[in-house]
Write a protein that binds this ligand. Structure first.
Ligand code: ADP
Ligand code: MG
Length: 401
């Protein structure tokens, strides 16, 4: 599907995306930069991607007419979030190239299937998930091994940014947490003493070729990604190599096509060294890969376009040390404002001072209202040296409070 060519329907070559959030928006931007027309399916009339796309189909993700319109418009279709109903992708995939495929998305959107996949890959990847048990019935709940406590109970589906998770220390707490989560299928994971967290993004083409981006060191706050640092030494070289190899194995084993992100924990291995634990995967570009927009010669979104359109996929190269800082809705309010004051006391963050610093790249998602914890944008910071990028990031964080 060459950019700028007419499709066999005599229309401009058009790439579609299920979901209109910020990831869809940045996919649309990358596709448009290469000359593609774009179509977004998202029910929200003000969705960040819908606002800037050539076509915006405003229906539910499983609406037959909406899906038919999307297929009529598009030469190939991708997704920007894992909770797109897998049957919708099956429908689309029967008529158009869809990447990632419905079966891959189905694995990523269910923690029980996802962990089983990680276990299946472990003999090749050498990296295991945290000890866990699936909880789908009273019998399974009663059979949970005691050494999984204290643990974290996570809903099998629909969790993100720490939502749908409860920490539990005793069997009683576990039982009541499962009640509170509505007795939906869950996994109980052993709570691990994390030393740090990292993630890896790979892109895999229809021909099975895989390229990987550098390993990303992530810091979370309140269950939400706060910063990502990517430069030599941000993750110890031996762990970085293992994480990359494991991610490639996970993608290959699924015959994955598209951009895939896998998250890892770094833990103490009990003998003074460090070990990797695989946490979860996202069948799409990932917040921790946003630095690629300004620090690499191919962004994760361009990689998504290339894999979807069947374009060449050379190995991306990082040209600058980078730190990504997430911009949450909290920044739009005075620090000590009460909830009631928030609507009146909205402020604009200090962009003038931030953008005066060298190597700061502002990305805002065009969301029409700010809420605490809502992802409004991110800043990519680049510099010629690690020391400089860290220095600029420290200044940015001070300005943002
Ligand atoms: P989400 O879908 O919300 O990103 P995650 O499973 O990645 O869910 O969990 C969110 C965060 O919670 C992780 O990034 C990590 O900081 C923490 N966490 C998750 N599982 C564990 C665990 N087994 N032990 C310790 N911390 C965990
Ligand atoms: Mg996560």
């Amino acid at each position: 599907l060459l950019p700028g060519a007419l499709s066999d329907r005599g229309q401009q070559m058009t790439l579609g995306v299920m979901g209109g959030g910020q990831l869809g928006r940045m996919f649309v931007q990358a596709a448009q930069a290469m000359g593609y027309f774009t179509a977004v399916l998202d029910p929200d009339p003000a969705s960040p991607a819908g606002l800037i796309s050539h076509f915006h189909i405003q229906t539910a993700y499983d609406d037959e007419q909406g899906l038919a319109q999307l297929m009529q418009r598009c030469d190939a279709i991708t997704t920007e979030f894992e909770n797109v109903p897998a049957p919708a992708l099956v429908t689309l995939g029967a008529h158009r190239p869809v990447a990632p495929s419905a079966p891959c998305v189905a694995v990523a959107q269910d923690r029980i299937k996802e962990k089983a996949h990680f276990l299946a890959c472990a003999p090749v990847s050498g990296v295991y998930p945290a000890p866990y048990a699936a909880i789908e019935s009273d019998e399974l709940l009663a059979a949970v091994p005691a050494d999984l406590l204290p643990g974290i109970l996570k809903t099998a589906r629909m969790g993100y940014d720490g939502k749908g998770q409860m920490r539990v220390s005793t069997r009683e707490e576990l039982a009541s947490a499962w009640e509170q989560l509505g007795r939906v299928p869950c996994v109980l994971e052993k709570m691990l003493p994390l030393q740090s967290e990292c993630s890896v993004i790979v892109a895999r083409g229809t021909n099975g070729q895989v390229v990987s981006f550098p390993v990303q060191a992530n810091t979370h706050r309140d269950g939400i990604l706060a910063t990502t640092e990517v430069y030599e030494g941000a993750v110890p070289a031996d762990l970085a190599e293992r994480a990359q190899a494991s991610t490639v194995a996970i993608a290959n084993h699924l015959h994955y096509v598209g951009v895939l992100c896998v998250e890892y924990f770094v833990v103490d291995n009990g003998t003074g060294g460090q070990d990797l634990v695989v946490n979860e995967m996202a069948p799409r570009p990932h917040n921790s890969g946003h630095y690629t927009q300004n620090a690499c010669d191919m962004s994760q979104f361009e990689a998504q376009v290339r894999t979807l359109a069947g374009l060449p996929l050379p190995q991306p190269r990082q040209h600058s040390p980078a730190i990504m800082v997430n911009l949450l809705g909290d920044l739009w309010f005075e620090p000590n404002a009460t909830h009631a004051e928030r609507s009146e006391r909205a402020v604009t963050p200090p962009w003038t001072q931030v953008l005066a610093l060298p190597g700061t790249h502002l990305h805002l998602y065009g969301k029409l209202s700010a809420r605490p914890g809502r992802k409004m944008g991110h800043l990519n910071i680049t510099a010629p040296t690690v020391a400089q990028v860290r220095e600029t990031a420290a200044q940015v964080l001070q300005l943002l409070g």
